[in-house]
Design a protein around this ligand. Structure first.
Ligand code: CA
Length: 338
């Protein structure tokens, strides 16, 4: 009888791993990037103060093998690199962080992202922090971990980190093993088991295999691994009925683009929730989609508001967490759903 009961409990817990708002998480996407320039320590401190459960770091390498927190492998979009180093672009006109030393990168002025239109810098999200205002810089991954662990010490909270290995194949082609460097740093700062509050993410399935099968065992540690998925075409097999079971042999969760959870073809009266979350949950995988923004034009038409978008994803599609540029709004939403 007891065996049957525990079997039912296990069965139910596999079917519905997370149901209540208390178990769902908010991941600050590039920090509180809706309010302060992405991936600055200021944006991370604000995200921390807003009650985010995890704070995201995108990680790339410098010429002198230092790990920095930067979304692009190039410095063009978020710094004044082209003003300071007009002759250091590659043939494609881009300025790669891997061609600059940490000291050079520390001297760059970071700020709100922009795009070039006829040679003019146009701020990408016009309602966000004014481009060029105040003073920001690019942090190292180590400085950012120290910031978050320092805040954990001073506040008594235990907020997690969520580093992404950016373009591992690019780094390998440049002779750099970025994943081993990230894993070594995580180990140095005490992230060594699946109970520690870190998710390590990448879009590359090949790299995930290397991390799981080679790098983590060599370091003698375990970490929660997240496979990011941008579209069905990147890895079609993941969307087959057995795809999530195969992935679950390596990963602990997936980070899909949110249109893979609720189809972009959805309307207010016809919400099209895909099979992805259901299949991931049956395979024991967590689901943390990206990216939820409330800038003009960023809330899909099937949702009445940003909070309605959160409701549909957290509770109708049953995702376990999500990446948002506006973590305060998601934290408040979950608190109001308790
Ligand atoms: Ca990322």
């Amino acid at each position: 009888m007891f065996k049957l009961f525990s079997f039912i409990l296990i069965f139910v817990s596999i079917l519905v791993p997370f149901q209540s708002a208390a178990d769902k998480i908010v991941i600050a996407h590039r920090g509180a990037s809706g309010y302060l320039p992405e991936h600055t320590l200021e944006a991370k401190a604000m995200a921390y103060g807003m009650g985010s459960h995890y704070i995201e770091q995108d990680v790339v390498m410098t010429k002198d093998d230092q790990l920095i927190v930067l979304h692009d492998i190039t410095l063009d979009r978020t710094t004044d690199v082209s003003d300071q180093y007009p002759n250091r672009a590659r043939d494609d006109g881009r300025y790669y962080s891997i061609d600059f030393t940490l000291e050079e990168i520390r001297g760059l002025k970071a700020g709100e992202g922009f795009r070039l239109v006829d040679g003019q810098k146009i701020q990408s999200y016009e309602n966000r922090f004014p481009m060029g205002a105040s003073s920001f810089s690019i942090p190292t991954l180590e400085e950012e971990i120290q910031l978050i662990q320092g805040l954990n010490a001073s506040t008594g909270n235990n907020i997690g980190i969520y580093p992404e290995i950016k373009q591992p194949e690019f780094h390998r082609n440049e002779g750099k093993d970025i994943s081993s460097a990230v894993v070594a740093l995580l180990k140095k700062y005490g992230y060594t088991t699946k109970q520690d509050k870190v998710f390590l993410q990448t879009f590359s399935f090949a790299e995930l295999e290397i991390i799981k099968n080679d790098i983590l065992p060599a370091a003698g540690i375990e970490l929660n691994l997240i496979q990011l998925v941008g579209s069905e075409s990147s890895y079609p097999w993941m969307f087959e009925p057995s795809g999530m079971d195969i992935l679950a042999e390596l990963a602990d969760g997936i980070g899909p683009e949110k249109g893979l959870v609720i189809s972009r073809l959805s309307t207010e009266n016809n919400l099209q929730i895909t099979r992805l979350v259901e299949r991931a949950h049956s395979a024991g995988l967590q689901v943390h989609p990206y990216t939820y923004r409330l800038d003009p034009g960023q809330v899909p038409g099937y949702a009445k508001s940003f909070e309605d978008l959160l409701y549909k994803h957290y509770f109708e599609a049953d995702v376990d967490g999500l990446f948002t540029d506006f973590p305060d709004r998601a934290v408040k939403f979950l608190e109001s759903s308790l």
